[in-house]
Design a protein around this ligand. Structure first.
Ligand SMILES: [Zn+2]
Length: 136
């Protein structure tokens, strides 16, 4: 433990968000009808031209939390990230089987840029959902 060291705004935010995720129910608990969920995430720079990474995977509904968020790829980003919780909740409520759109990071580019320089990294996402009959 360091004494007298104040945590950075970035660190504080990440801890707080981590806690929010931990305290949320799992996807299985929250969305009983959801049988499977696959996410396809592409991270872009703010101009949307340079793809920094792409990941596609099937979400483990038992373990994944219903505060459904993904980290911004800007490692200095402050109070940003991508929260798809509402997108997912709406999709399930409407029984949609695919949702694709994009989201702009609402954080700040770095610590020095807080309140002045937005991050604006871009996440393009596609969610593929399957619904089951009532679980036994
Ligand atoms: Zn960001």
């Amino acid at each position: 433990m360091m004494h007298g060291q104040r945590t950075s705004p970035r660190h504080e935010y990440l801890l707080q968000e981590k806690q929010r995720v931990l305290e949320s129910p799992s996807l299985t608990e929250k969305f009983r009808a959801l049988k499977s969920l696959t996410v396809d995430l592409s991270h872009f720079d703010p101009e949307g031209r340079t793809k920094n990474s792409q990941i596609k995977y099937t979400v483990n509904l038992e373990h994944a939390k219903s505060v459904f968020r993904f980290g911004c790829h800007n490692h200095e980003c402050v109070r940003g990230d991508f929260d798809l919780s509402a997108v997912l909740a709406e999709a399930v409520a409407a029984h949609q089987t695919t949702v694709s759109s994009e989201m702009v990071c609402q954080g700040w580019r770095n610590r020095a840029g807080v309140d002045t320089i937005p991050c604006r990294n871009l996440l393009r996402y596609k969610l593929t959902l399957e619904y089951g009959a009532r679980r036994a």
